[in-house]
Design a binder for this molecule. Structure first.
Ligand code: B12
Ligand code: SF4
Ligand code: SF4
Length: 405
């Protein structure tokens, strides 16, 4: 059991000891073992009829050497250069490292202490070239976590759920790989140990680390929300012993917004996002989605898409870069916390008015077109008249104050 150093972020609270999570108990390995049902296990193995999907995420039918993340899972990390560059000013080094991370491709960067509570206890998959086997205990004694975010295109995600939003989401995952790999290599060449945690391989949970590093706050939908990019931000981390000054968590009003907004909960097609308050799980009080129903919603795609991104697109923080978005965020941050609801309620009304209660756009790109299609049911013998997959009644929003914790 580990006691985390409380950094007082507003979007979560440490209320007890935390145990490290075994990566084998996280959702993908559980699905691969069939614990969420045979249909989902088969789906994960066989989906992949689109070539873009196959290069971006792997999947059945493709050559794994055509998928960057699969290749990266098989290579060992480079050696640490024996000639260590001395660091006399960790704050100066932190500024340099952030500049390099941005130069190498990250959109946002923050640094925090590596809290062992967010390091997996055991690995789920092996890497023979690095001498790592599935089930091996993870030993990651580094002091710092350099957390990076890679933004996706706002409009492509608005085509949710479609092949277009899939490719944008898949590309974002892949964008994390080269930058994270190069930053870890750079630090090793400076003479300090460093490990890259990206879409190809993780030994840590990036979300709590990114919250602690000040990249944003944890939203009701369970993801990190950044003030400019919302949650259309893919996360990666480099852990290291290079001496660095750390950042503080930020307050961008997510805690207050999520109490009243609930747009993600209203639009989630699988009812996986809570309307109610936070809950305590593994020593942390935070919002918690129903991971199983969210994962199983993939079966509803009937081959038309792969990754649901509705909660990302719905979130009011997820907007294209514009002066009015910056102004709204600035006003929230400057308003004293007790007065924020007075500002949030009109902002939510404006959000629904201009961006819709269920943000979505018709889009054509390459030969893809996300216009609603009549659904062809793939359940043998099914006679039901299915509506198209975009058509959905919103879940009613409960009366504010009755269930919010
Ligand atoms: C398995 C997985 C999935 C599964 C299960 C969903 C889930 N939320 O766990 C499926 C395939 C359904 C999925 C869906 C999605 N995912 Co996903 N997923 C992962 C993965 C690989 C592991 C997550 C995990 O272990 N969950 C199991 C347990 C830990 O979940 P939990 O107890 O509910 O805790 C969640 C949060 O509360 C938080 N958390 C856990 N402990 C603590 C402690 C503290 C203090 C805090 C603050 C937070 C925190 O992390 C968990 C992940 O959401 C991570 C990458 C990674 N290595 O972590 C990406 C990741 C969480 N997914 C991501 C995204 C973008 C998505 C989707 C939008 C796209 C998609 N369809 O694939 C949806 C959004 C669903 C949602 N609302 O969360 C991003 C989130 C980025 C962000 N800005 O926060 C991640 C980080 C990948 C990345 N590299 O960027 N995902
Ligand atoms: S990814 Fe889709 S199904 Fe999962 S929580 Fe978000 S909106 Fe709901
Ligand atoms: S949609 Fe609203 S409730 Fe959901 S995470 Fe975003 S701000 Fe919070």
């Amino acid at each position: 059991m580990l006691i985390s150093k409380d950094r007082n972020p507003r979007s979560y609270r440490i209320v007890g000891p935390q145990r490290q999570i075994d990566e084998r108990d996280t959702p993908h390995p559980r699905v691969d073992r069939g614990e969420l049902g045979d249909r989902l296990r088969t789906w994960r193995k066989t989906i992949g009829e689109d070539p873009l999907r196959r290069i971006l995420s792997g999947g059945g039918g493709g050559d794994s050497n055509n998928t960057l993340s699969n290749i990266m899972r098989r290579i060992p990390e480079g050696k640490v250069n024996p000639n260590k560059i001395p660091v006399s000013d960790p704050a100066h080094m932190a500024r340099n490292i952030k500049e390099i991370a941005r130069f190498l491709g990250a959109d946002v960067v923050g640094i925090t202490h590596l809290d062992q509570a967010y390091v997996y206890s055991h690995r789920a998959s092996g890497n023979a070239a690095a001498g790592e086997k599935p089930g091996d205990p993870i030993h990651l004694p580094h002091c710092y976590a350099i957390c990076m975010g890679f933004a996706s295109d706002y409009y492509k995600l608005l085509s949710n759920n479609s092949r277009i939003s899939d490719t944008e989401y898949g590309l974002g995952n892949n964008h994390t790989i080269p930058t994270t790999f190069m930053l870890a290599s750079y630090i090793r060449e400076m003479g300090y140990p460093a490990r890259a945690h990206h879409y190809g391989t993780y030994e840590i949970n990036p979300i709590p680390l990114a919250v602690n590093a000040g990249l944003g706050e944890l939203g009701r939908h369970g993801m990190l929300i950044h003030e400019e990019y919302g949650s259309r931000l893919h996360l990666s981390v480099v852990t290291t012993d290079l001496p660095l000054a750390v950042d503080e968590p930020v307050d961008i009003g997510v805690e207050d917004f999520c109490k009243y907004c609930m747009k993600c909960a209203r639009t989630c097609p699988s009812h996986s996002i809570p309307f109610g308050g936070k809950e305590v799980y593994n020593g942390v009080e935070k919002y918690r989605i129903n991971v199983e129903t969210c994962y199983k919603h993939k079966l509803a795609s009937r081959g038309q898409w792969y990754s649901c991104v509705i909660c990302v697109s719905s979130c009011c923080y997820n907007k294209p870069k514009a002066w009015w978005h910056t102004l709204a965020l600035w006003s929230i941050k400057k308003t004293p916390i007790p007065l924020r609801p007075l500002l949030i309620k009109p902002l939510l009304w404006i959000d629904d008015l201009f961006w819709g209660k269920r943000p979505w756009r018709h889009m054509k790109w390459l030969d893809y077109d996300n216009a609603p299609q009549p659904v062809t049911c793939n359940i043998p013998g099914c006679q039901a008249q299915h509506k198209n997959l975009q058509h959905k009644r919103l879940h009613p929003k409960p009366v504010v104050g009755s269930t919010v914790g």
